[in-house]
Design a binder for this molecule. Sequence first.
Ligand code: IFM
Length: 468
Amino acid sequence: MTAFPPGFLWGAATSAYQVEGSLDADGRGRSIWETFTERPGAIEGGGDASIACDSYVRWREDLDILSDLGMRAYRFSLAWSRVMPDGRGRPNRAGLDHYERIVDELRARDIEPIVTLNHWDMPEALMADGGWMGRSSVDAFVDYAAAASERLGDRVDWWITQNEPWIIQLLGYQLGLHAPGVRDLRGAVTAGHHVLLAHGAAVDAMRASTKGRIGAALNLLPCVPATDSAADAAAAWGSDGYVNRWFLDPLLAGGYPSDMREHWERATGGPLDDIIRDGDETAIGGRSDFLGINFYTHRVMAAAEVSEDRPFPWQVVGSTGEVDRTDEGTEIVPDAFRDLLLRVHHDYPGIPLMVTENGAIYGDSPTHDGAVHDVRRSRYLRAHVAAMAEALDAGVPLVGYTHWSLLDNFEWALGYRPRFGLVYVDFRTGERIVKDSAREYAAIVAAGGLIDADGRRGPVVDSLGAFG
Ligand code: IFM
């Protein structure tokens, strides 16, 4: 089995809104998430992110943990509304100072900063123009990206403009389950398009102030037919267009896929020409230096009738057989992860890939010895590392892996119940406890790959599906 390449960016990931707290500190402006969390019933358990992991204050402690674990990279996001409190106008120096300190401290520790610009916390002021539904959001994002790059561009080598455009579009504007809580199908496809357009425009603007590599992170979900019927195969392909190709193709293949464009036009009652204007696709594509992939699971798809609640002729049905699942019921499918990496490399050759998120919800908490023995997360991690090793073996140009997440944190509408962290956070005290899985990960990082019982590099899981 191939060793992971030297310089492989082994690390962990967080995002500003999920960990920082201190929402009023140092001139930060209001974001769409404060407004959303105030909606009754919007957040499970009724919590908000005013403290979260307190990382705005405890960031050095977080970096100490990364150092102790021997991590080579830290993916984190800038809070858009710390940098641009009013959405437009002059950047807030104190906000940028904070991130400059983090970047410098990471560099001093030899940990590569991987900086995300939009991890969903858009300044509330931009809602006056409809948030991402307004085309002016593109210019606002460019101003923010340019300000970040002008300040940090000389010392950040990896930038991610947008995190998970599909989730922004789907949960933020189609289903209203995330901020800003809009439910509007045409508004959703408009918002998603502007997110991509903003990626392209931001890359162009940032080139003036950084030599770093710039990409976007997509959450990709392999779509598999529930049966071998032709109808389910068509459903899986349609769903693939909706979730994956709608974002991959404009970024990496020159334009939106026509089959999915037809689905959108039928579902929204008309052509998309007023949204996707002449020249837009050229302004999105051909600019990314790498692709970030967030991988959690797959979608098992069946054909279905279109209805008021179902705009497209497919539905997610899930697996019928016995499948390993996280505590949240998410199907664990590392084979699909490997196949996805192979597929992306095959369909969009030449673009380096970085796994910018991968992780699982397990509710383990400290036992009598004060430790968190999260055996299942370790197993999950090993299986997904083995999948990457197989993909590398097959020639996939993988450059890094940042596990989601470094810390248990604010999981958006699900509040604090789901725990994704390699590090346990006591949300009452802010105390961090490094879980067993983090130690396991540290050993993998130190070895540059999986180590078997005899100390040899190789897959520790017998088969990628072996969760037992
Ligand atoms: O916590 C989120 C993250 O913000 C974006 N990707 C998925 C994670 C787990 O749901």
